[in-house]
Design a protein around this ligand. Structure first.
Ligand code: ADP
Length: 219
């Protein structure tokens, strides 16, 4: 894995969690917040943490945001500051600006001013949790388009013991198995003669209606 440089603006719960994970993965993470206490706390899980108000153009420019692979604006509740920071970053020529949006209006403004990716962590997590709650076979869920998803599902005894070729999932359910997690090991190119064991995790891509059919019919 190549080491990347990330600038994370805003050390709330979301920004902090992203910083910790990126830093754990071995990347260079520079965090910025106007709150001194939050910046001090971030010393433990960032390469460097800086106190600054990113709505001040001069201050933001001095952080040299164009030098990073990606800048994440994780200022959630302060919508005005989030918009202004994003606008300045795009004006300064930052190629990849990801922003956390608080609500639909915030999202629409961010889209208009050129945010490269807009995330809604609470909303997305809510949807994922709802899918897991809806079925005890679904462990995780990622939406690919409004009609397509990738699901992680638990193999039941019904599907266990037969080679994938015999299960004929592609033909029967129009879904693709992308990977299988078995006893802590992930196989990303499952072979036709691979066999599932009860409790294995199946990572499967398909149209939502076909995934539902697979869940009801095969598991
Ligand atoms: P979360 O919902 O993820 O907990 P918050 O909205 O509570 O996020 O936190 C956002 C963080 O962004 C706060 O720590 C706040 O101090 C910081 N912040 C807000 N405005 C600015 C700004 N203009 N410059 C730098 N940091 C800011």
């Amino acid at each position: 894995m190549s080491k990347k440089q990330f600038l994370v603006i805003g050390l709330g719960r979301f920004g902090t969690s992203v910083c910790k994970e990126l830093y754990k993965q071995g990347h260079d993470v520079i965090a910025v917040d106007e709150n001194e206490e939050r910046v001090q706390d971030a010393d433990a899980f960032t390469s460097r943490a800086i106190i600054a108000d990113t709505t001040q153009e001069k201050t933001l420019r001095s952080l040299e945001p164009t030098n990073y692979d990606c800048v994440l604006v994780a200022i959630g509740d302060h919508i005005q500051e989030s918009i202004l920071t994003t606008l300045l970053l795009k004006e300064l020529g930052v190629k990849k600006v990801w922003v956390k949006a608080r609500n639909e209006q915030h999202h629409r403004v961010l889209e208009k001013i050129g945010a490269d990716r807009i995330v809604h962590p609470e909303l997305d997590m809510g949807i994922r949790i709802a899918h897991s709650l809806d079925s005890d076979k679904i462990i995780d869920y990622v939406e690919i388009s409004p009609d397509h998803s990738i699901l992680e599902m638990r193999a039941t005894s019904k599907i266990a013991g037969q080679p994938l070729a015999k299960l004929n999932i592609r033909k029967k359910y129009k879904c693709n198995i992308l990977g299988i997690k078995s006893a802590g090991r992930l196989t990303i190119t499952p072979m036709p003669d691979d066999t599932l064991t009860e409790g294995d995790v199946i990572i499967i891509l398909g149209e939502n209606k076909d995934l539902k059919r697979f869940e009801k019919g095969a598991l």
